[in-house]
Design a protein around this ligand. Structure first.
Ligand code: NAP
Length: 285
């Protein structure tokens, strides 16, 4: 029996676990960080919580007699990816990264790539928009049906020609670089309550995607969003906001991926499944 660790927390990791769950000779074990209280659980065996860095993971792989690792974590989860690469190297266990490609800019998109969240926060200060904010009603209430927390009242106009009203979807743990921007107003969306420090002028929407393009357009219109700040996560599940920004002719500050370890990588669940099955067949001899 080939035991395979799937480092997860993504839709691709869940799809891979489901694809391998019924396969003879293969036993997948999915690992989640334990960040959210109510995670979407993969099929089959699941463990939750950190390993204690690369050394902890290497010890765990040996103790559990793991024969292969698939790093199917989110492209912005760089710490666990580097740990996995190091643990695989020290134990000699084969590793494959399942990495979805980043998004590609198309006609009508106004994307400005940013090397980091801090750079995006700096760019917001100087970003000028050609027109006024997109149409829609004034602030208020909870969007997308989730609970909401409102910050102080905001004015609807741009400040000194800059893009004042920002839709921020960088994730609840990566808001600190924006906390000091008190000229801007932020619509912050995350699955669970974000961690401080947070921008003072804000409206919080707690909701779990995927969202349709129509939902994203309605949300951006409702809050008269002028600029979208998001990460280059890639994949179809969270792409609708970029399509909405294109249709509303809004600029996007797209935060680039952090450096990831140079391990063998595939872009699709099918390719990762085939890699595991080939390895299992090889180990069976
Ligand atoms: P990270 O910064 O790379 O990891 C921080 C620490 O969390 C790691 O050092 C590790 O602890 C633990 N960890 C992370 N992923 C783990 C996993 N799959 N199983 C066991 N432990 C894990 O990760 P992150 O950005 O906080 O993301 C955490 C999880 O959320 C990841 O699994 C990722 O796939 C998922 N996720 C992240 C994002 C994002 O934007 N970052 C978006 C969607 C989903 P130890 O060092 O103690 O082993």
């Amino acid at each position: 029996m080939t035991r395979v660790l799937i480092l997860g927390g993504t839709a691709e990791a869940r799809a891979l676990a489901a694809a391998l769950a019924g396969m003879p000779g293969v036993r997948p074990i999915s690992s989640l960080a334990g960040r959210v209280a109510d995670p979407a659980l993969p099929a089959g065996e699941v463990r939750i919580g950190g390993f204690g860095g690369a050394a902890g993971l290497a010890g765990w792989l040996a103790a559990e007699q793991i024969a292969a690792v698939v790093d199917a974590t989110h492209p912005f989860a760089a710490t666990i990816s580097w740990s996995a690469a190091e643990a695989a190297a020290t134990t000699g266990i084969p590793i494959l990264a399942l990495r979805r490609p980043g998004w590609t800019q198309g006609p009508g998109d106004d994307w400005r790539r940013q090397p980091s969240a801090a750079a995006a926060a700096g760019a917001l200060e100087s970003l000028a928009v050609g027109g006024s904010a997109v149409g829609g009603s004034a602030m208020g209430g909870s969007a997308m049906g989730g609970p909401a927390v409102s910050g102080p009242a905001v004015s609807g106009s741009a400040v000194g020609g800059s893009a004042e009203r920002v839709f921020l979807t960088t994730g609840r743990t990566e808001l600190a670089p924006f906390a000091g921007l008190d000229r801007h107003w932020f619509l912050i969306r995350s699955i669970e309550a974000p961690l401080p420090p947070l921008p003072i002028r804000r409206h919080l929407v707690l909701a779990r995607g995927p969202f349709s393009v129509a939902q994203e357009i309605a949300l951006m219109r409702e809050h008269r969003i002028q600029v979208l700040v998001t990460k280059d996560s890639g994949g179809p599940l969270t792409e609708a906001k970029l399509v909405a920004a294109r249709e509303l002719r809004l600029p996007v500050l797209l935060i680039q991926r952090p450096p990831l370890p140079d391990v063998a990588a595939v872009p699709t669940v099918d390719a990762a499944r085939d890699w595991v099955l080939a390895l299992a067949a090889e180990q069976r001899g």
